[in-house]
Design a binder for this molecule. Structure first.
Ligand SMILES: *Cc1c(COP(=O)(O)O)cnc(C)c1O
Length: 368
């Protein structure tokens, strides 16, 4: 026999309904992100497109993910009125999740490694979120689980990113990009390039390309030696990074559960110094500073384009501008910080400029 619905049940259900309405209103107020086009003298037969995910209200592609994670928690009955929300995040996700928590009137805790860029911590706090800083980055998942055991709703970006997003449509990132390419000379790109943090973006793009029966291939751009680089090559979920990276949001030390190996056609490794040089190059080209992982993507695009040109192929390449550069002012974009961390970007700046002019991307002498 069914238990009769109590008044508190129906009040909770009304709250969920209202929360879903608030999320829908937010989506309706927000515009889609731009797809920017650039052409380079060295690549007369290849068009480059950049999906500007930094233009979301919370400044990164994590705006999409955070919205999906809240919808997923609400529709699964996991999020109740007044409940504290928690997640482990190196920053960008926490900023977007804090923003949506404020929209829904919920307390929010971000579990972060203590070494996270200071600007990101300030951004979460400015949105009313609380930052629980953990000395050992490997402990963030355990700490988030502790908060969940004490009654918080764990949004669980690493566990749920791949399934919380509607990969068949609903203007997911892949559907949005392909719709915006509709009137271009090459509406079906040769490659789409993205990095991997939770794995959500690459899973959505890879699945959508198959679903729409397209030939477009998916290339993952990752910091050299990351967990995903080894994991994809060895098809091993137990792989770990052979080197740490300074590029936030991607280059995880381990293979997260949301990374789907089988939809990825190629993985390109990018040195941190090359990622930073490429981010600065993007600033020169677009007049806006983007974060390190956008540089990683751009460097991988130039590698793919250089290879396409060498084979005499024409076509188009699409990638993502993942977040705003302002978050890394005191780290990646501070020459003193770079010197202190042994990152010499000048030779890479030269290589990138040569690639744009000649269509051949060659790493500087002495780098791998
Ligand atoms: C999360 C993130 C990525 C990677 O996206 P996923 O969908 O999590 O794989 C890339 N760049 C930045 C800045 C990010 O925050």
């Amino acid at each position: 026999m069914n238990t009769p619905t109590t008044r508190s049940d129906s009040a909770a259900r009304a709250w969920v309904r209202n929360a879903l309405a608030l999320l829908e209103q937010e989506a309706t107020r927000s515009a889609d992100t731009h797809l920017l086009r650039l052409d380079f003298p060295g690549f007369p037969d290849i068009a480059f497109y950049f999906k500007d995910e930094a233009s979301h209200p919370t400044g990164s592609l994590k705006h999409r993910l955070a919205r999906s994670l809240y919808l997923y928690a609400l529709c699964n009955g996991r999020l109740q009125p007044g409940q504290t929300v928690v997640d482990a995040s190196s920053g960008s996700t926490a900023i977007s999740e804090a923003w949506f928590a404020r929209l829904l009137g919920l307390p929010f805790i971000a579990v972060m490694p203590a070494c996270t860029a200071p600007q990101k911590i300030l951004d979460v706090q400015a949105l009313g979120g609380q930052c629980d800083l953990v000395e050992d980055p490997a402990q963030v998942h355990a700490r988030a689980a502790e908060h969940a055991a004490n009654g918080a709703c764990h949004l669980d970006q690493f566990g749920l990113a791949e399934r919380a997003t509607d990969w068949r449509g609903n203007n997911n990132i892949a559907e949005s990009i392909l719709g915006q390419l509709h009137r271009e000379p090459q509406p079906e790109p040769s490659w789409i390039v993205c990095g991997v943090g939770t794995g959500g973006t690459s899973a959505t793009i890879g699945r959508y390309l198959r679903y729409r029966r397209m030939d477009t291939r998916l290339c993952v751009a990752e910091p050299a030696g990351s967990g995903y680089v080894h994991g994809w090559r060895e098809r091993s979920r137990d792989a770990v990074a052979s080197r740490p990276t300074r590029i936030e949001g991607i280059g995880r030390p381990r293979v997260e559960p949301g990374f789907i190996f089988d939809v990825v056609d190629d993985v390109i490794e990018v040195e941190d110094a090359a990622s930073i040089a490429a981010a600065l190059q993007l600033e020169e080209l677009l007049g806006t500073r983007y974060g390190g992982s956008s540089g990683t993507n751009f460097a991988a695009c130039l590698q793919l384009a250089s290879d396409m040109r060498a084979r005499g192929e024409r076509g188009s390449i699409v990638t993502l501008l993942c977040d705003r550069g302002k978050r890394y002012q005191q780290t990646l974009f501070d020459p003193g910080w770079r010197d202190a961390h042994g990152l010499d970007i000048a030779p890479w700046q030269q290589s990138l400029a040569t690639a744009l002019a000649t269509g051949t991307f060659t790493p500087p002498d002495g780098s791998s």
